[in-house]
Ligand binder design. Structure first.
Ligand code: LLP
Length: 429
């Protein structure tokens, strides 16, 4: 992926840097981010999500991967930011990310989080439920502030992806169903508020979606909703946030989503349906997370022991595992990898890559064919940029790895490796 290449020593390079040297310099496990690839991915969205008749905005879904350095990069690239918690918001604030380009999401924002957001000047809130309408109205009144609001709705679509990352079926915890009988009342409870301006609606059909059809279906259902509520509630939608969910390549098992075609077809579908139904074309927003960072991240591990089991399995043990990448255990995710210092060797052996946690499910890659592995080899696992660092834990009191940005032969640490003191920092007697 991205700027990966193989050098004359047969080692894997990312951003023109030898990953074996990166492992030596910064230690392992190490999350390596290819900055140029992040910029390319962002550019693909800028190029693809454009239409002469439609105003558009791209919002990075920070849950996929967020650090202060990432906020800076996102700001520099001109994208807006989606945050879903006080912690993500605090990170954005510490990076001086412009508050008027932050969208605050979440199905159960706490009072404390909402106050933090309002005090920072965040003025775009995606409302999830009726209680939140009351709460935001109350807090805005107290703090004498005004906010723009999108109402998150659930279009009742089941996209083809893992059950745990489906978000828009009829029993989803997110948003208010488009079939809700009181939808007009809910809309007026926002439009009646002096402090809230309802800009429109937000929906998100799931994550790691690889078929364009699901996205187009989402547009059709939602534009039909826009039309319906114009007629029944006399509410005209100014903005429609289509969510994220654009799937990426992890392994040969995945069909590939043609992002450019998907974006273009989503835009023309909105244009077409708006024209046919005499609807003012809404401004369109998207919130990609994974598709910006997943294939920009690689995890480097050092190989320790290898073990052939009595049952005939060959394990490679690495110095990380489910604590830095829980996705295999959680979602049966499939990753590709390589031995970074043996890129030109022949792939001869079938292995299972396991981590060092005290748990049998601590697997990084279930099956992979690699050159014969030895202790101290550097194992590179590809496409670990999304939902790895952000979902990492300290299970077994492992220290979270460092995060390094690489570009044009240069590397810099954007998150330091945790220390044992970090591990006990909040322990008290
Ligand atoms: N917008 C909303 C409202 C979302 O809920 C999400 C993801 C996104 C945007 C960004 O979706 P993306 O473009 O990254 O697919 N932990 C899971 C993924 C959970 C996604 C949650 N919501 C995983 O590791 O696969």
């Amino acid at each position: 992926h991205g700027t990966m290449s193989i050098n004359e020593m047969g080692n894997l390079e990312i951003g023109n840097i030898d990953t074996v040297n990166l492992a030596k310099k910064y230690g392992t496990p190490l999350y390596v981010f290819d900055v140029k690839n992040i910029k390319n991915n962002i550019n693909n969205f800028k190029v693809g999500f454009k239409h002469p008749k439609i105003e558009t905005e791209i919002i990075y879904a920070s849950k996929a991967f967020l650090t202060i350095g990432m906020c800076k990069l996102i700001e520099e690239q001109g994208l807006s930011l989606d945050v879903v918690s006080g912690g993500e918001l605090y990170t954005a604030k510490k990076a001086n990310f412009p508050p008027n380009k932050i969208y605050f999401h979440g199905n159960n924002k706490t009072i404390e989080e909402l106050i933090l957001a309002l005090n920072y000047g965040v003025n775009k809130i995606i409302i999830d439920n009726e209680y939140e309408i009351e709460l935001v109205n109350y807090l805005c009144t107290e703090l004498d502030q005004n906010v723009e609001v999108l109402l998150r709705v659930n279009p009742g679509i089941e996209a083809h992806t893992h059950e745990y990352i489906q978000t828009a079926n009829n029993d989803s915890k997110f948003g208010i169903s488009i079939f809700n009988e009181n939808i007009c009342d809910i809309i007026s409870s926002i439009t009646d508020s002096y402090h809230m301006t309802l800009k429109g609606f937000h929906y998100h059909i799931g994550s790691q979606i690889l078929d364009e059809v699901s996205f187009i279906k989402g547009i059709e259902v939602m534009m039909n909703f826009v039309k319906k509520i114009k007629l029944t509630c006399s509410y005209e939608t100014k903005e429609l946030n289509l969510g994220g969910g654009f799937g990426v390549y992890y392994s040969k098992e995945d069909s590939e989503l043609d992002l450019n075609s998907c974006l273009k077809n989503m835009l023309s579908e909105v244009n077409k349906i708006s024209k046919e139904n005499n609807i003012t074309i809404p401004k369109l927003l998207i919130e990609p997370g994974r598709s910006i960072v997943a294939n920009s991240g690689t995890t480097l591990y050092k190989v320790g022991a290898t073990k052939d089991t009595f049952g005939g399995k060959s394990f490679i043990f690495v110095d990380g595992g489910m604590a830095d990448n829980p996705r295999t255990a959680l979602y049966d995710a499939i990753y590709e990898g390589a031995i970074a210092n043996k890129m030109t060797n022949e792939n001869t052996n079938e292995y299972t890559i396991a981590g060092k946690c005290c748990e049998s499910g601590d697997i990084v890659i279930k099956t992979i064919t690699l050159p014969k592995a030895d202790k101290n080899d550097i194992l590179a696992v590809a496409s670990t940029g999304a939902y790895n660092y952000s979902m990492a834990s300290n299970y077994n009191r492992l220290r979270k790895p460092a995060v390094v940005f690489v570009e044009n032969g240069k590397s810099k640490v954007v998150v330091k490796r945790e220390t044992y003191d970090d591990i006990i920092r909040n322990d008290t007697l």
